[in-house]
Design a protein around this ligand. Structure first.
Ligand SMILES: Nc1ncnc2c1ncn2[C@@H]1O[C@H](COP(=O)(O)OP(=O)(O)OP(=O)(O)O)[C@@H](O)[C@H]1O
Ligand SMILES: [Mg+2]
Length: 250
């Protein structure tokens, strides 16, 4: 579903992704772990098409299409969703407005009819309930004054509403309290654990992987994937640390 081949990318002339190759099949949840500054968020930005990130080599194929050739909104309409490590605030725009616009723009991009106000609200209520987020939160401006955990939860409501084929989730577990971690993890399972979908789950800790059980775990270090294994790799990292696990032959 997503195939990244020998990808190199730079920011402000500095190479950050350095020959990164990774494949995620449909139906697969693939966790990415790696030291701070390794390039995990950069990878998610490059996949999303964020301006300022220059791809200097390699290729990315998403559902049979050349992803790097598509505009960010085309990537979204094709079914790609990005959950940010630091969700942005949008003053003056309510979550409900924003999500309805986003959903209908994506539906239009796919040649589908827009949802009416009533249909949209029904969908929003259903997804807010799934993530145990009060509907009043969705009436407030996007992320403005939200606590760290509320932002992450609202982002998963966003994912539920947009119903993407593939999600890149960047540290969705950061800032969540113990109960919220379970709610968000269960939400990811409910929304994305489907044979036709795929997830790239960037995380530093095993705790999210206890709930959202990954099929594969890869270590990203210095801009490339240096090791891939099963769920046991994450457990080993937690117990032994990066240096010990990365020192052995791939
Ligand atoms: N504008 C920039 N100019 C130069 N270097 C940058 C710029 N933006 C990011 N970087 C560097 O790119 C590297 C990769 O950053 P990135 O955010 O992708 O790391 P990460 O793996 O997500 O780390 P973390 O686990 O801390 O979230 C870092 O060393 C960072 O300082
Ligand atoms: Mg990061």
């Amino acid at each position: 579903m997503l195939k990244i081949d020998n990808l190199t990318a730079e920011i402000d002339g500095k190479t950050i992704l350095n020959g990164l190759s990774l494949e995620v099949a449909a139906g697969e949840i693939h966790a990415i772990m790696g030291p701070n500054g390794a390039g995990k968020s950069t990878l998610s930005y490059v996949l999303g098409g964020r301006p300022g990130y220059e791809v200097t080599g390699g290729s990315v194929t998403f559902r049979g299409q050349d992803l790097l050739d598509m505009e960010p909104h085309e990537r979204a309409a094709a079914g790609l969703f990005l959950g940010f490590q630091y969700p942005v605030e949008i003053p003056g725009v309510s979550n409900v407005q924003f999500l309805r616009e986003a959903l209908n723009a994506q539906r239009k991009g796919r040649g589908e009819e827009p949802l009416s106000g009533g249909e949209f609200l029904k969908l929003a209520k259903e997804k807010a309930a799934l993530l145990k987020l009060d509907m009043d939160m969705l009436k407030r401006n996007v992320n403005v004054g939200f606590s760290g955990g509320e932002k992450k939860r609202a982002e998963m409501v966003q994912m539920g509403i947009l119903d993407p084929a593939f999600a890149v989730l960047d540290e969705t577990d950061s800032g969540l309290d113990i109960d919220a971690l379970r709610v968000v993890g269960d939400g990811i399972n409910a929304i994305m654990r489907d044979s036709g979908k795929g997830v790239l789950l960037i995380t530093h800790y095993q705790r999210l992987l206890d709930v959202v059980k990954p099929d594969k775990v890869s270590i990203l270090s210095k801009g490339r994937i240096v090791k891939t294994g099963g769920p046991e790799l994450a457990l080993r990292l937690e117990n032994e640390g990066y240096d010990a696990v990365m020192a052995e032959p791939a």
